[in-house]
Design a protein around this ligand. Structure first.
Ligand code: NAD
Length: 215
């Protein structure tokens, strides 16, 4: 029997729910209802209930959910409790910022090594993460069974770096470079398009500034 596919919007909303729950936990709140979550997060309550039930969280109508149980269920559902070890390639402005960001652990991925072609960047640590020369990547990825790669090289270097990752056994690539990667079908690619998101924001701003039509 195959597991039914979870809708992408649900997968995108669950981390938001988790962030909100973590804030509640930090203030000492122990119980929460789906209706209250819906109100605070601006999502319809039936959608929140559906998302939570897809993640295996069954609330009780009267008391709602225990915050800790909800967080654990979401973490389990998103495999955050089963940390994926990741390599990062390209220790420039963006790569350095990601390496210094402490939140990946909570989101299920742990960057255990970074790689760069520039010898001036290798042989040191950024945050806790060692930066190594590129020729170390294939052997280490295979030996450590690393499945996740984070790609933060310039656009013109991205395809070759991604191919090296794939040939080294990396099966999922989080791509920040603004290029469409051409890789074997068994390699999963998730493109993070920061500028597309910014363009959307600016478009919405422009639309909201239009004078209302006189009808
Ligand atoms: P950067 O020039 O600061 O850093 C790139 C790093 O990649 C350098 O350390 C360089 O030595 C390394 N590199 C180059 N070719 C390589 C190769 N073949 N193998 C291994 N390492 C290599 O660039 P950046 O600003 O950090 O941006 C990185 C990528 O992320 C770019 O594709 C950029 O378009 C994208 N991006 C950046 C930002 C941002 O805010 N900086 C935002 C969105 C997207």
């Amino acid at each position: 029997m195959t597991t039914p596919a979870v809708p992408l919007p649900t997968l995108r909303r669950l981390p938001r729910y988790h962030q909100y729950l973590a804030r509640l936990r930090d203030t000492g709140q122990e119980q929460i209802s789906a209706a209250r979550m819906a109100e605070v997060l601006g999502v319809h309550h039936t959608q929140v209930r559906k998302d939570l039930s897809l993640a295996g969280c069954l609330g009780r109508p009267k008391t709602g959910h225990r915050v800790a149980d909800l967080m654990a269920a979401i973490e389990h559902f998103l495999h955050w409790d089963n940390h994926s070890e990741a390599f990062l390639v390209g220790v420039g402005s963006l790569g350095t910022a990601l390496l210094k960001y402490p939140g990946f652990g909570q989101a299920g991925a742990r960057i255990i090594a970074a790689f760069d072609q520039d010898p001036a960047k290798t042989g040191r640590k950024v945050g806790e993460v060692p930066v190594l020369p590129m020729d170390k990547l294939p052997g280490l990825a295979e030996r450590m069974h690393v499945a996740v790669g984070i790609l933060t090289v310039p656009a013109d270097a991205a395809q070759a770096a991604a191919e090296l990752m794939a040939a080294s056994g990396i099966r999922a690539i989080w791509n920040f470079a603004p290029v469409t990667l051409d890789l074997p079908r068994n390699v999963i690619v998730e493109n993070l398009e920061l500028f597309a998101s910014l363009a959307l924001l600016l478009r919405k701003l422009a639309d909201s500034s239009q004078p209302a039509a006189i009808g």
